[in-house]
Design a protein around this ligand. Structure first.
Ligand code: KIV
Length: 269
């Protein structure tokens, strides 16, 4: 296993034109698998609210829930750079609140950085975290914590909105973010922003011109019954494999073939 990923490795990758891979992770077993697979950055996303806790939006997930999952993911990795999402309501009041929340992640979970949603308006907050020594990934474009303000799951930066997205990208870079997620942005705009920035862009629904890609792992590997968005490619059907395994297990229990003698204890050693 190679050395732990650091922010400078992402900066270097961009400078050398090497793309890198990111996935979400919410627990120790998946984190260990993705780490072994060489995924460079694991995000403990607040998408956990949807795909782990079964909620309709990301807004309801709590700081305590995110702290527990972050501890599990960070503890199970040896190489990946682990980033935790700051949950809704724990950072928007300003730099002081954000710093208090981010410090809890850094002290209590072992993650290497945090992610927060917002562009120009979040620049002072990003700057405060970076000054405190906390690596920050920014997240612009479609920002799920603002889904109600944005009017639902809608592509951002189309037409005249492109300029404000470019301004957001520049603002988070100037504030010190070491990378920025571009979610649901037209591919041509994401490519343009990627060329304009020195920091790496991490795309999700932003086409192939970004420096990196991220997907919610349950969407990409087929776990759960939610319809995956158009930008997701399905790499596996884990849900189907688990369904079949559970059905075989159930049948084995019901017909008495599990457990057999080799799976049982005898009276003597
Ligand atoms: O919470 C999450 O999973 C995210 C990714 C979609 C980038 O923010």
């Amino acid at each position: 296993m190679s050395a732990r990923m650091r922010t400078r490795h992402f900066t270097q990758a961009k400078a050398e034109g090497r793309r890198f891979s990111c996935l979400t992770s919410y627990d120790a077993p998946t984190a260990a698998i993705f780490d072994q697979a060489g995924i460079d950055l694991l995000l403990v996303g607040d998408s956990a609210a949807n795909v782990v806790l079964g909620q309709a939006s990301t807004l309801s997930i709590t700081l305590d829930e995110m702290l527990s999952m972050s501890r599990a993911v960070a503890g199970a990795t040896q190489r990946a750079f682990v980033v935790a999402d700051l949950p809704f309501g724990t950072y928007e009041s300003g730099p002081e609140q954000a710093l208090a929340t981010a410090v809890r992640f850094m002290k209590e979970t072992g993650v290497a950085g945090v992610k927060l949603e917002g562009g120009v308006e979040m620049a002072p907050t990003i700057s405060a975290l970076v000054k405190a020594g906390i690596p920050v990934v920014a997240h612009i474009g479609y920002t799920p914590q603002s889904e109600h303000a944005l009017g639902g799951h809608v592509v951002q930066g189309r037409g005249s909105a492109a300029e404000s997205l470019r301004a957001d990208a520049l603002a988070v870079q100037t504030a010190g973010a070491f990378a920025v997620v571009l979610e649901m942005v037209p591919a041509a705009l994401a490519t343009q922003v990627t060329q304009e920035l020195e920091i790496p862009t991490i795309g999700i629904g932003a086409g192939s011109g970004t420096d990196a890609q991220i997907l919610v792992w349950t969407d990409a590997f087929g776990l759960g019954d939610s319809k995956a968005p158009r930008f997701v490619r399905r790499y596996a059907a884990i849900g189907e494999i688990m369904l079949e395994a559970a059905q075989v297990y159930r049948a084995d229990v019901e017909n008495g073939t599990f457990p057999d003698a080799s799976e049982s204890f005898e009276d003597h050693k």
